[in-house]
Design a protein. Structure first.
Length: 266
């Protein structure tokens, strides 16, 4: 006997294909009842994919750190190479100057020369040899002043360095006095300069090498080996075509190392 799943009529003959009460088709329900029940498999967590993600993330992190360390290493090597080139250039210039002065002494040996002149040339040659030492190991001949070496950074300015180490940005001509190769508007990243270990004398040095006329300040610059009007103009005014300003202030100037000329500071 069967029961109608639609209206609930009981005791329906098995051979009946329709419900006598509601005319529902009983054939499809008989087919469904004959199908076996399939067991439901439990859902398994996909742990394998999570492990793969973790491994991939660890590999990516390793290669990322390796790349960063490689970039830092290359940067340090370039900085070291730049410093070594600067030191080699400094040493070569000093050797060239020493050789020139020794040649002068050799040429003058063929003709009479006063002892004081010969002693002066020899003394200059010895000074050039001493200049090959590290700047931090040198002493100023006038006041026995000790220096230490400072390496400039890209955003450094002479004004800022003078303010930090000498107590006032106005004393930046003192830095040029001890480092004639410096340019006011562009020091250069990695450039080394001498700075007084004792900042006390900076004020007195500044008074000796500068003079004030009204609102204008003039710097008595000591010309260095290789200086030209155009290079000096670029050093103080950023433009080489400002050389006329220098000649106007120094009508009788001679381009000789060690000679002082007047520079109007901007």
């Amino acid at each position: 006997m069967a029961t109608c799943p639609i209206c609930g009529l009981e005791r329906i003959a098995p051979e009946k294909t329709q419900c006598p009460q509601c005319d529902a088709d009983l054939t499809c329900f008989k087919v469904l009842d004959s199908l076996p029940d399939e067991p439901v498999e439990p859902v398994r967590e996909k742990t394998g994919s999570m492990k793969q993600v973790i491994v991939f993330a660890a590999i990516a992190l390793f290669f990322g750190l390796t790349s960063v360390l490689s970039v830092v290493h290359v940067y340090r090597l370039k900085r070291l190479e730049s410093r070594m080139l600067d030191q080699q250039t400094y040493a070569m210039n000093a050797l060239i100057n020493m050789g020139t002065k020794l040649d002068r002494l050799s040429d003058n040996q063929s003709r009479p020369m006063e002892d004081s002149t010969a002693a002066e040339v020899v003394s200059e040659a010895r000074e050039d040899v001493e200049s090959l030492k590290q700047p931090s190991q040198e002493d100023d001949s006038a006041g026995n002043m000790e220096f230490w070496t400072y390496e400039a950074h890209e955003k450094d300015t002479l004004w800022g360095i003078a303010k930090e180490y000498y107590g006032s940005g106005d004393y930046y001509p003192v830095l040029i006095e001890h480092n004639s190769y410096l340019q006011i508007y562009d020091i250069g990243d990695g450039v080394q300069m001498r700075i007084l270990k004792d900042a006390g004398p900076a004020k007195e040095i500044y008074k000796k090498i500068t003079e004030r006329k009204g609102n204008r300040i003039y710097f008595n610059y000591t010309m260095a080996e290789g200086d030209t009007l155009r290079s000096i103009a670029k050093k103080f005014y950023r433009k080489e075509d400002m050389a006329g300003r220098i000649t106007n202030l120094n009508p009788e100037m001679k381009l000789e190392p060690g000679k002082r000329i007047k520079i109007l500071l901007e």
